[in-house]
Ligand binder design. Structure first.
Ligand code: OGA
Ligand code: MN
Length: 193
C-alpha cells in the first residue's frame, strides 16, 4: 500500500479507495468465512432498532473469540492500519469493532454518517469488499456525498475504502446481486488509556 496516498487522500478529501488492494486468495478465504457465519438483521443507532426502510442488510459481528486464519490475519491488518493512523495523524485509536455484512438482492442502506462528531467513538471506517465478480449492472454501489458531487464506487472484491466516519455522508444503493463486505470502525475510546 502506498501509505502516503492513503494519508494524503484522507486529509484532502476525507476518503481513500483502491481496487485490488487484497489478492483473490485473501478475498476467497474471507468469502468462505463469511459464508460459514450466522447473520442477523442489522439495527440502527445506539439501540440498534431494526428499520428496513433505512437499512436492509444482515450482519455478523466479529467477537473476541475468532479462530479462523482469515479473520486473525484481518485483525492484524486492522491493528497495523491503526498504528499507521496513530503515527501519521495522531488519532489515538485504541480499539475497533467490525462486522461482515450481506445485502440480499434489493437491499440498501440509506444516506447516513457512521458517527456524529463528538457523539461517539468511531473515527475511521474501513470497508473491504468481497464480491469477486461485480459489474456496473449489479448496482449496490457505495455512494459518497462530497461537496456538490456524488462519488459512486463499485463493491468489487479486493477493494478497500477508508473514510473519516464523522465527515462522509454515504449510502449503499439497492443491489441487484447478493453483496458482501467486511466493515471495521477504528475507535478512539478516550477514557481508556
Ligand atoms: C455501514 C456502511 C457501506 C458498505 O455498514 O455503515 O455504510 O459499502 N456500509 O457496505
Ligand atoms: Mn455506514
Amino acid at each position: 500500500m502506498s501509505q502516503s496516498t492513503l494519508i494524503s487522500n484522507l486529509i484532502e478529501k476525507g476518503w481513500f479507495y483502491q481496487e485490488n488492494f487484497f489478492t483473490n486468495e485473501v478475498v476467497d478465504k474471507l468469502v468462505k468465512e463469511c459464508n460459514s457465519r450466522s447473520f442477523f438483521k442489522a439495527g440502527i443507532g445506539k439501540c440498534r432498532s431494526i428499520d428496513e426502510n433505512i437499512r436492509s442488510d444482515e450482519i455478523s459481528w466479529l467477537t473476541d473469540n475468532e479462530y479462523s486464519d482469515s479473520v486473525i490475519k484481518y485483525i492484524s491488518f486492522i491493528k497495523e492500519l491503526s498504528n499507521v493512523f496513530n503515527r501519521e495523524l495522531f488519532l489515538g485509536l485504541n480499539d475497533y469493532e467490525a462486522h461482515f455484512a450481506t445485502y440480499p438482492v434489493g437491499a440498501f442502506y440509506k444516506p447516513h454518517f457512521d458517527n456524529f462528531r463528538g457523539k461517539n467513538n468511531r473515527v475511521i471506517t474501513v470497508i473491504i469488499y468481497l464480491n469477486q465478480e461485480w459489474t456496473d449492472s449489479d448496482g449496490g454501489e457505495i455512494c459518497l456525498y462530497g461537496d456538490n458531487k456524488k462519488i459512486l464506487l463499485n463493491p468489487t472484491g479486493g477493494s478497500i475504502l477508508c473514510f473519516i466516519s464523522s465527515d462522509i455522508l454515504h449510502e449503499v444503493l439497492p443491489t441487484n446481486k447478493e453483496r458482501m463486505s467486511l466493515t471495521c470502525w477504528l475507535l478512539n475510546n478516550k477514557n481508556i488509556i
